[in-house]
Ligand binder design. Sequence first.
Ligand code: ADP
Ligand code: MG
Length: 476
Amino acid sequence: MEKHYKLKNILTHVIESVKKQDFLVYFRKISIVEITDSTIVYGTVSSFMKDNLQAKFNTLVLEASQKELGQKITSISFVVDSTIDNPSNTNAVDCQDFYKEITKSNKIADKKSRNSVSPIEQKAGAHLRYTLNNFVVGADNQLAFSACEAVTKNPGKSYNPLYIYGDVGLGKTHLLQATGNEILRKYKDKKVAYTTADKFITEYVTAVKKRNVEKMREKFREIDVLVIDDVQFLSKKEQTQNELYNIFNLLYDSNKQIIISGDRAPKELTELEPRLRSRFEWGITVDIGKPDFETRLAIIQEKAREKEFMIPQDVSEFIAANVTENVRELEWVLNQMIAEYELTGNTPSLTRIAAKLQKLSFTTDLLWEGRNSGKSRNTSSIKSYEDILDAVSQHFGIEKEGILWENRKKEFMIPRQVSMYLLKTKMHYTYERIGNIFNGRNHASVLYSCNKLEKIIKKDKNLLYEVNAIKDGIGI
Ligand code: ADP
Ligand code: MG
C-alpha cells in the first residue's frame, strides 16, 4: 500500500508539469516495481509505453520522484510490469482514474474510487495540491481560513468540531483537505482521515452487509483527525447518521479533531437527526461566502501562477469582474484559456475571453449555444457520428473502441454517455440509430444513458463544461 501512495504523490507532481493529454496518453497505467534508497523502477503496460516514457519523460519523472522522496533518488528506470492489470497489484495506479480523482468534481471522483480505497487508507494523499498556502484569503472566507489555521496549530483542542458551510465551488473541500494535509505535515504520527458523506455511507452499508461494523468502528476509533466533507448527503440515511453519531462521540470524547463541511448551517440540515445536527454545532461553525472582486482576481492570478501561465492584467480583471458566482467557474475559464493557447498558440485577449464568457452565460438549455459566433447552426448536418466519437475519445484520452463496445470499465461509462447524449441532443439521431452504432444496444438502454448523463450534468458543472467544450470543439 505504501508504495501506492508514494506513487500517487509522485504522479501529482508529474501532473503539475505535463499537459493533461500527455499525461493521459503516455502514463496510462503505471506501477512501482521496486524502490530502493536511491532508485525507483517504474512498471508500464507495454514495451511501447516503456520506450515512450523513457524517451519523453525520464527527466520529468525523476524530478517528480525527487520532489516527493528527496534528492537521494538519483536514477529511475522503466520496465514492463506483467502484473500491472492484476487487481491484487496495489502498487499500480490507473492514471485515467487518478487524473479524474484529483481534478474532477469531488462527487464523481469519489464514486470512482469508492470501492478501491477505503477512506481511512486514503488519508489526504490524493489531493496534496490543496494547501493552506495556495488558498487565497479574502473577506468572505477569512473566518473559515483562520479557524482551519487554528485547528492545525492545536488539533482537537481549539475548535472541535470545526464546521464549515457554504455554496458549491467556494473552497470547502480545498480548505478541509488543506487542513488535513497541514496536520499530516506537522504531526507525522497523527492519523488523518479524509472522507465524504457519500463514501461514509458506502463504507457503512458495506460493513453492514459484511457484518463487520465493529471493525469499521475500530478503524475510526484509531484516527486522530476525522475530516468529513459534504454532510448534507447524509440526509434520510438514518442508520448511517446513527453510526456517525457514535463515531463522533467516540472521537470527541477522546479529544480527537473533527472537521466537517456542509452546504448549509447545521440548523438548516433539517433532514438530519437533531442530535447529530446539534453535535455539529458544539465547536465552531463558520460560513464561506462568494469571494469579492479583489479575491477573485487574486485567485485567478494564484491559479495561473500554479499553472505557470501568463494572463494579461486586463484579461484577469475582466474575468474577475464577470465570473462572480463560483471559484470553480473561474478555474474553468482559466483552463479554457490554457487549452486554447496549447492548441492554437493564441494568447489570451479581451476579445476572445469576452466571447467565451458570453457563451458561459448562455446555459439555459444545459448545453449552451454559441451566440453570434458566425457559425451556422446546421453545420451538424455535415458531421458524422465518427466526428463525435473522435472528439470524445480525444477529450477523455481513451480508445474509441472502449466507448463503442460493451466495456463495463468505469472510465468508459461517462464518455459513452456523453457521446450518446451529443448524438441525441445535437445531432438528433434516434435512440435506435444510436443503439446500432453502439454495438447494437437497445432503445431503452440508450434512453437510460442519455437521461442519466443529463441528470449528472445538471449537478456537475465541471462535466457540463467538458461536454460543452467537446460540443464547441466540433462545432455542433
Ligand atoms: P466546494 O468544496 O466548496 O464545492 P472546492 O473546494 O472544490 O469547493 O473549490 C473549487 C475549486 O476552487 C478548487 O479547485 C479550489 O482550489 C478553488 N478555490 C476555491 N476557493 C479558493 C480560494 N479562496 N483560493 C484558491 N482556490 C480556491
Ligand atoms: Mg466540495
